[in-house]
Design a protein around this ligand. Structure first.
Ligand code: PLP
Length: 354
């Protein structure tokens, strides 16, 4: 399939990133296992490029509306973006974001590499006020795990007007639910590990930008830091992405139904659900012990960290010491998968009542 933006997302997800259509060509890309290439025109060395990564990058770049670069993990992509901060520069970020990002920002701040300015991402005026004199604004909407939602178009426009580089972690949304580059964001980040790959069998990251000099800087970072994915991982992620639209549609429908039922549940004090996406968080009326009990009692839901797989998972987030203390002890994050919703409900309801 040739690049054609008149095709819908579903068609582009399925058709892009395939070998040139000619007699005898394979239907899909192979796993290119080569550390080096015959000298001349074309690829030179396996740390600079790889045709399996390129297939994945073609699909993701098309969907986000920019040029994509695959990284060895979501955190490798986070590190590459933070490196865009000038020495001693200021990064504005939500008080709750993915705790790996928080921890890395804290480490860099402690080392004097950057200054972190934390904000309430739902308070648009406060975020805009914090942009003065800043170099980078980091946005994640909804945030992990508090599911706080920001006004992304307003914030990226404000950042652009002030010359502040905006990075949006779009892991929870995927380009099917949000396309921050279209709002004017400079860089979009993905933990491809999650919904994009979708099968809990690969760790991979990606960055997408519409800005050519930025793409070059990020590519140079990936090459010189060796933050590259394995070809096998890239292939698995691309294979997973072929069904993203179907998986996400089902997972989101399941999540909406469960959020609705949970809001009337006697064991649940609060449901956090932004009204879209496949992540729902609940706060247990019985506190931390009740949350731990749910983790131990479920039989179908997988008690595990991570999210975005076909299988439903749940986790009490504060079991991680890196999670900020402002995240309630009794908060359980549900990553809703694509199973039968009645089976998911029976298992969860049983664990909540046990
Ligand atoms: N961003 C978000 C929102 C995440 O949830 C995660 C991982 O959970 C990451 C980034 C880091 O990605 P990875 O685990 O692929 O390194």
């Amino acid at each position: 399939m040739s690049h054609d933006v008149t095709y819908a997302f579903a068609t582009r997800l399925v058709g892009l990133g395939r070998p040139v259509r000619e007699a005898g060509a394979p239907a899909g890309p192979g796993i290119e296992l080569s550390s080096t290439y015959v000298a001349g025109d074309g690829p030179t060395y396996g740390r600079y490029t790889n045709r399996t990564w390129e297939s994945l990058e073609q699909v993701l770049g098309d969907l986000e509306g920019g040029r994509a670069l695959a990284f060895g993990s979501g955190m490798a992509a986070v590190a590459a973006c933070l490196e865009l901060t000038p020495q001693g520069g200021t990064v504005v970020l939500p008080r709750h974001v993915y705790n790996g990002t928080t921890s890395l920002v804290d480490e860099l701040a402690a080392a004097g590499r950057l200054v972190a300015r934390r904000v309430d991402p739902t308070d648009t005026e406060a975020v805009i006020a914090a942009l003065d004199g800043a170099d980078v604004v980091w946005l994640e909407s909804p945030t992990n795990p508090m599911l706080e939602v920001s006004d992304l178009p307003t914030l990226v426009a404000a950042a652009r007007a002030r010359g502040v580089l905006s990075v949006v972690d779009n892991t929870f949304n995927t380009p099917l639910l949000a396309r921050p580059l279209q709002d004017g964001a400079d860089v979009v980040l993905h933990s491809v590990t999650k919904f994009l790959a979708g099968h809990s069998d690969v760790v991979l990251g990606a960055l997408v930008t519409g800005d050519e000099p930025l793409h070059t800087r990020l590519h140079t970072h990936r090459t010189l830091h060796g933050a590259i994915p394995g070809p096998h991982e890239a292939w698995l992620a691309l294979r997973g992405m072929r069904t993203l639209h179907l998986r996400l549609e089902r997972a989101c429908a399941n999540a909406a139904e469960l959020a609705d039922r949970l809001s009337g549940h006697p064991s649940v004090a609060r449901v956090r659900y932004p009204g879209f996406g496949a992540i729902v968080c609940i706060e247990l009326a019985g506190g931390r012990a009740a949350a731990e009990h749910v983790e131990e009692s479920v039989r179908l839901w997988l008690p595990a960290t991570s999210l975005g797989g076909v299988e439903s998972m749940l986790e009490r987030r504060r079991r991680h010491p890196a999670e900020p203390v402002s995240v309630p002890e009794e908060l359980v994050r549900l990553s809703v998968g694509i199973e039968d919703v009645e089976d998911l409900w029976r298992d969860l309801d049983g664990a909540l009542r046990a």
